[in-house]
Design a protein around this ligand. Structure first.
Ligand code: UT7
Length: 329
């Protein structure tokens, strides 16, 4: 049992920040950012909320899928940068779209979120209880960025991507991974709880993490880099093995867009070709879980994905999480 993507959509806010714009606020330059990351510019929300970006991407995905709103029976949201503790981003997206009845929940698997959600959707659909699932991945990462930290602020942007999926006989295989011992390698802490009777600060069991400012993203760039370049080829190979396929069967590889050097190393380790690898990081930067569905929507619009193609998605991120999904489009 597999899945079929019926339609995909994306939303990138119109405000764009170039590398030269960053050179005005931190000690950096276009040459360093382009060479070390492949990023030239990124989109940034300018008054838009996360769920509003998600709703725009979802609307396009639903229109392209031709599924009536009242036949969307589940919405899975993926985000690390939601507007509300509760309700879920997916509930807010459903409200904005005017959906009356749909099971809504969010998952947080960081940048691997879309791959995790697609695997969940496949499982829900295969039980037959749900027919059409909207996956909406929306990230307002600029909410978590410390614009005094030049090593991280240049990496991230905002945007949303969405797909509508249903079940089909097409092939689908996924491999998910988690390494919780690496959970402190990329952290953004929620505000410390306060109450009138409290006498002690929270202790994260780690001096470095204790000192992180609430609400900002901190990461060990080198460790994440090493994790990414080793895990992505492994999960891709494992997903291919589960599907009885090999690397040459893939028509288009869509990796998480975090750093062009990570993508190039992973592609080289897979003995694959960059010509069959989708890259949009130069225009978008890293948008966590939204990168992959945005890339899917762009690749369809550009004619780089056609019905019958074998697509491979792979992501990695905080958690530490990683995953790959292989399926026929
Ligand atoms: O979705 C998952 C999220 N995270 C990631 O995927 C991050 C993975 N890691 C990376 O992409 C890379 O490790 C970074 C892009 C974050 C950093 O690149 P790097 O090649 O590992 O650079 P580095 O940290 O080794 O720094 C090299 C030098 C340092 O200067 P010194 O100590 O050699 O004098 C940094 O201070 O580059 C300096 N540097 C910068 N220079 C200009 C760091 N950031 C900048 C900057 N502009 N923006």
């Amino acid at each position: 049992m597999g899945i079929k993507i019926l339609g995909a959509g994306k939303y990138l806010p119109p405000l764009i920040a170039t590398n030269d714009d960053f050179a005005k606020i931190v000690d950096t330059n276009d040459e360093w950012i382009s060479k070390r990351t492949g990023i030239k510019e990124r989109h940034m929300a300018n008054g838009e909320l996360n769920f509003q970006m998600g709703a725009k991407a979802a609307k396009e995905a639903i229109e392209k899928s031709c599924v009536p709103l009242d036949e969307i029976d589940m919405i899975i949201g993926t985000t690390v940068s939601q507007d509300t503790y509760t309700p879920s981003m997916s509930s807010l997206v459903g409200m904005a779209l005017g959906i009356e009845n749909a099971v809504c929940f969010d998952i947080n698997a960081a940048c691997s979120g879309f791959v995790y959600a697609l695997d969940m959707a496949n499982k829900y659909l295969s039980f037959g209880e749900y027919k059409n699932i909207l996956i909406v991945s929306s990230e307002l990462l600029t909410r978590l960025v410390d614009y005094t930290d030049r090593s991280s602020c240049i990496l991230f942007g905002d945007g949303a991507g969405a797909v509508v999926v249903t079940n089909s006989d097409n092939k689908f295989s996924a491999k998910l991974r988690g390494v919780p011992s690496g959970a402190y390698k990329l952290v953004a802490k929620v505000n410390e709880p306060s109450n009138a009777f409290k006498t002690q600060s929270c202790d994260w069991g780690n001096d470095e993490v204790n000192n992180f400012k609430d609400g900002y993203m901190y990461m060990d760039g080198h460790e994440i880099y090493k994790f990414a370049t080793s895990t992505m080829p492994q999960v891709v190979q494992e997903a291919l093995e589960k599907a009885n396929m090999n690397i040459d069967d893939i028509d288009l590889l869509i990796p998480h867009q975090a750093n062009i050097r990570i993508i190039q190393t992973a592609v080289k380790n897979l003995k694959f070709s960059m010509d069959k690898c989708y890259v949009c990081i130069d225009k978008t930067g890293n948008m966590s879980s939204a990168c992959i569905p945005i890339a899917i929507a762009m690749a369809i619009d550009e004619g780089r994905i056609n019905r019958g193609d074998i697509i491979c998605l792979t992501g990695f991120g905080a958690g530490l999480t990683s995953g790959a999904a292989v399926f026929e489009f």
